[in-house]
Design a protein around this ligand. Sequence first.
Ligand code: F0G
Length: 482
Amino acid sequence: MANVTFFSGETIPLELHKVRIAQKLQFPPIRQRLQAISEACNNTFLLETKDIFLDMLTDSGVNAMSDEQLSAMMRADDSYAGSATFTRLGDAVRHLFNTAFLLPAHQGRACEHILAQAYVKPGSVIPMNYHFTTAKAHITRMGGRVEELVYPEALRPESRELFKGNIDILRLRALINDVGPENIPFIRLEAGTNLIGGQPFSLQNALDVCALARAFKIRTVLDASLWQDNLYFIKTREEAFSHMSTKEITHTLAAAMDIIYFSARKLGFARGGGMCMNNKGIYDELKGHVTMFEGFLTYGGMSVREMEAIAVGLEESMDEDIISQGPQFIAYMVGELKKRGVPVVTPAGGLGCHLNAAKFVDHIPQTAYPAGALTVAVYLASGIRGMERGTMSEQRDPDGAERLSDMELVRLAMPRRVFTLSQVRYAIDRISWLHEKRRVIGGLKFVEEPANMRFFFGKLQPLGDWEEQLAGAFEADFGDAQ
Ligand code: F0G
């Protein structure tokens, strides 16, 4: 992606790709959106594509694929064992991370399942920069506990801190001394820290964490699902390492970590996952779990076609023109919303543009799910599907008490090379309109609440008739236009 400045002085991110396969979109009018969100019980996970204009739910498995990826898929070798496709994927992973061994898995959470199954026991403590929903669920399921060690600044939505994903090394040392290294099966570092707004860690911080872990003989695990974003930010924000190539930065980090796992729905721009490592002992500890839960060691539950696409996608993840597209579109959207007074997470991170619902709808208490309500309101105002990343995405405590999240965010994901700038500008316009009308937005309450990962399937109801009122305000300003 290039940043070009027009003759008028305006700077925009310019696409360095062209579209060769297009998907027709629906543009449902306001009344259809009102009906659809009600049928989806106010949970955007329950909406159907036919009712969505721009799907910004996630970047998972929905990045645009390249011509090179598609052509590679045609040569997939579907042999159950010893497939040539696995050899090619193994080579691509070795090239990327400089690691000796690859264990395939069907997606990122399958790796989290295996790591928790293999290493977490009741009483285990797993320090990390910040949790991800599935990573935490697998750890707690095995009786372990997560300790989040980001700096307080990481949880301040508006900030100038460039590396909000960093671990506080002093707190990490204190925690190790407190609980004992023998109770810490691994330290988990998440690239492009998802739940705090796609925020990166610095390479220096990651190396410091690994050095401390080594001194205590504790394993280190990198969740590299969002590595391409984190890599871009190291390259562009961390002066000490910006002279290094993307590959050199990746190798430097990988050499310090014991285990790397990734969702190839994100890293690799296709659908799958895997774990890689240099230590044969670790490989042997984990491989039985792959054959038990995923599939044979040369496919691990993935389609061989996807494996071919991942192999090419991993190579493409080293191309700065490709990996800059997400962050630069996100930076544009964040910058334009900020100019219009809309509260957004800053600095702009990876993954998507994050609205700060705690401020946007500061009249809604956390127990009435402000981020969930704002996600519904964004859909009503624009037909754009975002994702709640706040209290609804938390799990209740064992005693049933609501666990209020550190931040209340609405994530508008920017899958790579999927949207055009005019679509992003439409999003900016409708969200700015919604910000003007924000006092109309009310809260939500659960009417059906699953005990586990309630945000996926939970059903909710609006508190009052605010959705109808918002639709009326929309019609007053835009008529029956979209
Ligand atoms: N780690 C991170 C940082 C993730 O963002 C995800 C998935 C996973 C692990 C799990 O990988 O989905 O392949 O099983 N994030 C998706 C999202 C679901 O929408 O942010 P998976």
